[in-house]
Write a new protein. Structure first.
Length: 65
């Protein structure tokens, strides 16, 4: 697996990180991120969130299926 810096260098993951940092006090759901990051398809965003979660870069606090 790539190191955390390599993972964060991906443009979509950079966008996710920036959005989460701007909302660090309240956090965001993945659906809220989809509404903010409009140029990334929902499935793509979810996939990158999973990569970041697996690498320990972000935490998923609650999951609903």
């Amino acid at each position: 697996m790539a190191n955390k810096a390599e993972i964060l260098m991906h443009p979509v993951r950079m966008k996710i990180s920036q959005v989460l940092m701007r909302n660090k006090d309240t956090g965001l759901t993945s659906l809220e991120m989809v509404k903010i990051i409009k140029d990334v398809p929902q499935a793509t965003l979810y996939r990158h969130i999973q990569v970041m979660s697996d690498a320990g870069i972000l935490r998923v606090l609650k999951e609903k299926k």
